[in-house]
Design a protein around this ligand. Sequence first.
Ligand code: F6P
Length: 341
Amino acid sequence: MKVAVLTGGGDCPGLNAVIRSAVRKGVQEYGFDFVGLRDGWLGALQDIVVPLDISSVRGILPRGGTILGSSRTNPFKHEDGVRRIKDTLAKHQVDALIVIGGEDTLGVATELSAQGVGLVGVPKTIDNDVSGTDYTFGFDTAVGIATEAIDRLHTTAESHMRTLVVEVMGRHSGWIALHAGVAGGANVILIPERPFDIDQVCAWVENRFRTNYAPIVVAAEGAVPKEGQMVLKDQSLDEFGHVRLSGIGEWLAQEIEERTGKDARTTVLGHIQRGGTPSAFDRWLATRFGLHAVDALKDGDFGTMTALRGTRIVRVPLTETRTTTKVVDPSLYDEFEVFFG
Ligand code: F6P
């Protein structure tokens, strides 16, 4: 069998670990041949195909990013997209694809699978918002980075007795904000799933000052005030129709400073959360996903996605993962209310 691998959407730590394990098992155990498609669906559309063998995956396990490159290309926004992808696959005699991506990339995979392209999906994203799997790889690394940042911000916030707001990634889901906020002992955690009341936020901040501690506010980039809208970086949309977020941290710091009369500053963690070496857990999960994706191809189990359920890796139909974004359950958020303020 000849297999093409692609990585699409925002990169995350662990992508290379999937590529490595899929190639190692595919070549060594099943005698598969591999190629890589460059830059996600763009490589499939534009016939940018690179060799992929055991020597090309050596040494990449601890490396962040993706050796195949990535993009937010949506083939359905390009003329004759599906036909062009099928032509590329036919030209290189590719029998099946391993598609490593988040919601958008896997959405395209689901549609292509329905149109007869043999493929298996692997869920990735620091946001942890893909339905059907308990965790995506990349998330653990991002939470570790954000937690370390919060730990560091505590000491400087306390030296100056000021509020520090930390803006983390997460457009529609507050997984990073919640996990890093809890792990880092934040006093306020704001997530997109729960529109916040700025008066309440300021009351929590004041309360923290009263007990002689400096407040740390963690906000997901998609967090929204009850009366207000998401703060956008600009008006541009990507090919999947997503706006660019960022700015809620700055907005919060200004409001908090004005309303409490005390200094407030913002740190936007941005792409630092996505870069660099994957955590041990992400390497472990990504490696297992790669191994299981190759097994699914071997079994001809196309149209499925590898998923973590408890400690087991299972295959779920891609169609089942498409209906919703995996968001933070309100009762989970409420568990931590005791730490707010
Ligand atoms: O990978 C998902 C994500 O991390 C979102 O949380 C964030 O909004 C987005 O990527 C930003 O990605 P980029 O700047 O690469 O478009």
